[in-house]
Design a protein around this ligand. Sequence first.
Ligand code: SAM
Length: 279
Amino acid sequence: MADNSPIAAPGAVKTITSLTNPTIKDIRGLALPKNRKESGLFVTEGMKLVADAVEEDWPIKILVYGAKVAQHPVVRRVAQVAHARGGDVLEVSEAVLEKITRRDNPQMVVGVFEQRLTPKAEIRPSASGVWIALEGIKDPGNLGTIIRTADAVGAEGVILVGDTVDPFGVEAVRATMGSIFHMKLTRMSVDEFVAWRKSWPGIVVGTHLSGKEDYRAVDYDKPVLLFMGNEQSGLPDALAATCDHLVKIPQVGRADSLNLAIATGVMLFEIRRDKLKLG
Ligand code: SAM
């Protein structure tokens, strides 16, 4: 028999159809870096991603869902949890979802979550753990793809060094496909990184087009900090000089270099080669 009981306590679900509702405007405003910085919040879209995040105890502030999925068992479960944790639960029209997501055919579920960064004092790599440091990355799609790939190979976290794009922006979050909720993220200035790097218990492996070592020749059976450079200019010399190894991925053909996210993927699958097994 269909369960048509209220999702949460009576009055817990607010129904919104007005495109000018102030809460809807605030959620939409989280597309701007300034608003994300001030509020410490970010938006993620999609029933599965929102449900996974809630199951992982990620702090949800607002759950928004379309009226037509109100009875979906996953939506009902997420709404109950969100409400129990003090989050707002909003049932909205499709037009409101289109406004929030700036898309036709929007996802029917949107979550507003608290941003979480890991303090650098809490970075403790395991014996063969891998962390990735990214310096000055500009493209949110690259950043999200790297976070997703880091998750896929079992890396332990990603360090955003210097002026690296916001991982909590809409485009970066979309590109992580949910891995933003599973991967530790840390921010450091360049100076902080240079000082902190001295305490790294394993090797720091930088990638560089003028690297003299083949990336397959390094012994990665220790904590590895993989250091990737910016899309246009690569790792600056001063940072390249802090690496224990400066490696290159050999290329043939006429391309000058690989796309940053592709190069990171090639490196990560080599570093984790012995740890990744089918089945
Ligand atoms: N013009 C830049 C340069 O001179 O470094 C190219 C940057 S490349 C598009 C972006 C990043 O991907 C580089 O900083 C490096 O970390 C990595 N990368 C790309 N191709 C690589 C290769 N063949 N070997 C090693 N690293 C590579």
